[in-house]
Design a protein around this ligand. Structure first.
Ligand code: COA
Length: 320
């Protein structure tokens, strides 16, 4: 027994922030950002929260799947920017959807969060502990950026994507996932101050910091290797895949992966031009965009791959 994606949805915040606007609040330019990353704009929250974006994306995915919220056994949200430390975003989603029969929890695997959630749900389904689940990747990264650090804050956006997963004989075929905690320092956010009275605290809020070149090297090495691994396990060649739905970190990373695999960029749909890097949200938002274009046929082979903070990576081969 495996599982199949039977519906997708996504939700982006209303406010669009262009590169041109960023160049009015920091020393940057549309030319620098778009030529190095492919990003032209991103959506950032004003009123929306990680939970509200997730609930909206989840509603759309349930409607597309024709599944009622009460039918869900499980909700997993991949996020590193939940609105609360507790309750989890997944519990907020459960309440927002009225998914009274679902167990709900978050996974923090940064940009691999949606893939880690998908793998977890598939394992539950395979074991018979779950039949229908909602997996969401959602972020409001704008709140953990240092808006004085132009080399990092221009890359990211906010948003949520969701998929309904159900037990089936066919669908998700094979997975690879991994973590390299030794490299965690290259993309980190300490975030909270320590309120323990026994510990001297500097009371300084910390924001995301990144060693862009190390993260770039990691991505262009580990992602093609992970994709080759799942292809090898399935006995397939890179050209047998219709679409590669990759984490939308940087166009140059995606081009490097395409080059390593020796496949055309036509097989790599792109959303980073209008969304930026939405961390755990990137893969499900892009999957939903591709799905809603109506270009996926039953049986199409798709590879999804997420990679980022941790450092972590996760790849899944599926038949649509
Ligand atoms: N606008 C204008 N100039 C900028 C800038 C910005 N937004 N950000 C950095 N610069 C400047 C730097 O200050 C530096 O100037 P200097 O040469 O005078 O010191 C110059 O541009 C080059 O900076 P550098 O960091 O070496 O650029 P780069 O070519 O490595 O590109 C990234 C930076 C972030 C685009 C690139 O490293 C990258 O894409 N890394 C992967 C990051 C990623 O995808 N992370 C998420 C993974 S989940």
């Amino acid at each position: 027994m495996t599982s199949r994606i039977i519906g997708t949805g996504s939700c982006l915040p209303e406010t669009v922030v262009t590169n041109a606007y960023l160049s009015t609040i920091m020393d940057t330019s549309d030319e620098w950002i778009s030529s190095r990353t492919g990003i032209r704009k991103r959506h950032l929250v004003k009123e929306e929260t990680t939970a509200s974006l997730s609930i909206e994306a989840g509603k759309k995915a349930l409607a597309a799947a024709g599944v009622a919220a009460e039918e869900l056994d499980m909700i997993i949200v991949g996020t590193l920017t939940g609105d609360y430390v507790t309750p989890s975003t997944a519990c907020e989603v459960q309440a927002g959807l009225g998914a009274v029969n679902a167990v709900a929890f978050d996974i923090n695997a940064a940009c691999s969060g949606f893939l880690f959630g998908l793998h977890t749900v598939n394992a539950y389904i395979h074991s018979g502990m779950c039949r229908t689940a909602l997996v969401i990747g959602a972020e409001t990264l704008s709140k953990i950026m240092d808006w004085n650090d132009r080399s990092t804050c221009v890359l990211f956006g906010d948003g949520a994507g969701a998929a309904v997963i159900q037990a089936d004989e066919k669908g998700l075929v094979t997975f690879d996932q991994g973590s390299d905690g030794e490299k965690g320092k290259y993309l980190a956010c300490r975030d909270r101050t320590n309120n323990n009275p026994l510990v001297q605290s500097d009371k300084v809020l910390a924001y995301t910091h990144m060693d862009g070149q190390e993260v770039y090297k990691f991505a262009v090495t580990y992602v093609p290797a992970s994709i080759q691994k799942v292809l090898g396990e399935a006995g397939l060649q890179p050209e047998d895949i219709k679409y590669y739905v990759l984490h939308q970190a940087n166009l140059r990373i995606i081009q490097a992966v395409a080059k390593r695999l020796k496949v055309s960029m036509d097989k790599f749909p792109i959303s980073l031009d209008h969304c930026g890097n939405v961390s755990a949200g990137s893969v499900p938002i892009l999957l939903d965009e591709v799905n809603r274009k109506g270009i996926l046929q039953k049986g199409d082979r798709i590879i999804m791959s997420g990679f980022g903070g941790g450092l972590t990576w996760g790849t899944c081969l599926l038949e649509w």
